[in-house]
Ligand binder design. Sequence first.
Ligand code: PXP
Length: 244
Amino acid sequence: MRKKLLLGVNIDHVATLRQARKESFPDVVEAAKACERAGADQITVHLREDRRHVQDKDVFSLRKVLKKKLNLEMACYKEIIRIARKVKPDQATLVPEKRQEVTTEGGLDIIKNLDTVTRTVEKLNQKGITVSLFIDPEFDQIEMAVRTGAQYIEIHTGSYANARGEKSREIELRKCIDAAAFANALGMGVNAGHGIDYENIKGILRMPYLHELNIGFSLVAKALFTGLEKAVRLMVQKMKYYKE
Ligand code: PXP
């Protein structure tokens, strides 16, 4: 079946550049508008507890001006949940967070944190916010994800993206493919993200039942040379032939 695979562009990296000088530019909202013009279906931002890149005011401004969907990445922290309930993004993607990490390192451990994750899903759903859980491609985590009441999982594709050598890439990709099929069979919507670039996306498109991809680093890096709109268009073009 042919179904449009949606592109969420993660623009945290634009905010990282701005925060490097604590300037007012590059403007996150302008970046989001450029992504929308170029065909992005969603803008994704991660409001971290340490506020190292995206700031509260960015999230509120994006909510006001975006024509497409806003996906707020967040950890299950009280203060961030409070902000999310105020902002009411279309979707919240729950991720684990460690202060020392360079980027989100692994998926949520729902087996260990079932109560916390379930309570967070409830609080967000109450405000009409769809919830997606960022997890490693593991069956037992997917089974737990179902128990939280969340609507989607986002399969962490980082192990596939970082795998070196054809054989280990194929092994890691196979885990993502099987996880997507398993989640779909259990009634969960399936998203994917982390480490996806213009080359390895070929493998990602072999995953069944995909609803959306969230892509940040490779796209913003490409934008340095092509401009943001062209970088988004190139990715949209690559995603065009997805067959569920
Ligand atoms: N999805 C989630 C849940 C993430 O935490 C990130 C990184 O912020 C991404 C997608 C995008 O990853 P990348 O920047 O490697 O494309």
